[in-house]
Write a protein that binds this ligand. Structure first.
Ligand code: HEM
Length: 374
């Protein structure tokens, strides 16, 4: 598609697809012409990404808004989500990762996704938000349901997911009420401070942001960790290099983000007729920017189809580009680096226990595997 039809209307799907690196970057970042709002009803036969969730009442307003609302919301929430605040989490993430491996050792088996890559980001988000550890299991159940709701087939609203979301919001409201009386060192208390000082965030915004963190931050990070281990197992010479030179951990994560992008695509809506790649995209059309394709574009990357952790230049756009650039990128990078470090240290004989075909993770947007027994 990239070579022959880099901008094309997908008839049966009801949207336009864009495949070249430069065009994908334009669609993601040109918010004057490409809106992040839900626009026309999305096609019925595909799994939905977080941006579509708003149209189903979930209300992830940051990711689905355009300026000026987006500018205001982003500046307020990013105050409480700074790279410095995230960096301070490193020791805690390392101890959670070690505890998860301890549990696998005790059980005598490990499915990397089920036992490690999946629980790690959920626990981290729960701690970041300030969910008491006694409520962690309940929170994880809700989180599963909310993610399932955002991935559900469009038009087929799962009442169980809606109930889980309502219950979780009720729970968050309770935590918010407690933090109003007694603030703690957590994200919800920090957001409440912004609400009180600036009068610009309200409780609905805070609830929407907490839900967005769950949907945007969990499955994506799970897939980054899973894709990293899978790709290194497929490239044993690169795995050896990484074991020998630990300073390559961060560039190795970047190369996984490029080579197996956990988020393959994002949606936009054309605000007007737009000329792109020799085609005219009519105003009102839904447009899919294929991040996974852009990151393998031979016109942008040398040996684009090769996995190479020593790559010198790696301007991938796995976290998007422009004003919606992933707010959680520093956290995702940190979690993946610490996860890989702990895995390499604790599992010196890393290998798959069988070579059965792997099942892809659900959905059209995320890219990963359902299970990876080691
Ligand atoms: C936005 C990818 C992890 C929170 C985005 C976007 C992408 C992305 C591509 C841009 C959306 C757009 O242009 O419409 C990823 C990947 C991750 C990851 C690949 C993991 C490997 C996280 C984490 C969090 C997070 C851990 C938070 C805990 C967000 C938020 C936005 C966002 C809040 C919306 C930003 C805005 O609209 O201004 N992410 N993400 N993400 N991500 Fe991530």
């Amino acid at each position: 598609m990239r070579a022959n039809q880099p901008v094309i209307y997908m008839d049966g799907m009801g949207f336009w697809s864009v495949f070249h690196y430069d065009d994908v970057r334009t669609v993601l970042s040109d918010h004057a012409r490409f809106s992040s709002g839900p626009g026309a009803p999305p096609p019925s036969q595909i799994a939905a990404a977080p941006p579509q969730a708003e149209s189903r009442g979930v209300g992830f307003s940051l990711i689905t808004s355009d300026p000026p609302k987006h500018t205001m919301l982003r500046s307020l929430v990013s105050r409480s989500f700074t790279p410095r605040a995230v960096a301070a989490l490193e020791p805690r993430i390392e101890s959670i990762a070690n505890e998860l491996i301890d549990r696998c050792e005790a059980a005598g088996e490990i499915d990397l996704i089920r036992d490690f890559a999946y629980p790690l980001p959920v626990i981290v988000i729960a701690e970041l938000l300030g969910i008491p550890s006694a409520d962690r299991d309940q929170f994880k159940l809700w989180s599963d349901e909310v993610v399932a709701s955002a991935n559900a087939i469009m038009g087929d609203v799962n009442p169980q997911s809606q109930k889980a979301l309502a219950d979780m919001h009720m729970y968050f409201r309770d935590i918010i009420a407690k933090r109003r009386i007694q603030p703690e060192d957590d994200l919800i208390s920090a957001l409440l401070l912004v609400e009180e000082e600036r009068q610009q965030l309200n409780e609905h915004d805070i609830l929407a942001f907490c839900s967005l963190l769950l949907v945007a931050g969990n499955e994506t990070t799970t897939n980054l960790i899973g894709n990293a281990v899978l790709t290194l197992l497929e490239h044993p010479e690169q795995l050896d290099k990484l074991r020998a030179e630990s300073e390559r951990l961060a560039p190795a994560i970047e190369e996984v983000l490029r080579y197996r992008s956990p988020v393959q695509a994002m949606f936009r809506t054309a605000k007007e007729d737009i000329s792109l790649g020799g085609q005219i995209i009519p105003g009102g059309s839904r447009v899919v920017a294929w991040i996974g394709s852009a990151n393998r574009d031979e016109q942008k990357f040398d040996r684009a189809g090769e996995f190479d952790i020593t790559r010198e230049s790696n301007p991938h756009i796995a976290f998007g580009h422009g004003i919606h650039f992933c707010l959680g990128a520093p956290l995702a990078r940190l979690e993946a680096r610490v996860a890989l470090m702990v895995i390499l240290k604790r599992l010196p004989n890393l290998a798959r226990i069988n070579h059965d075909p792997l099942q892809p993770a659900r959905g059209f947007i995320v890219h990963g595997v359902e299970s990876l027994p080691l």
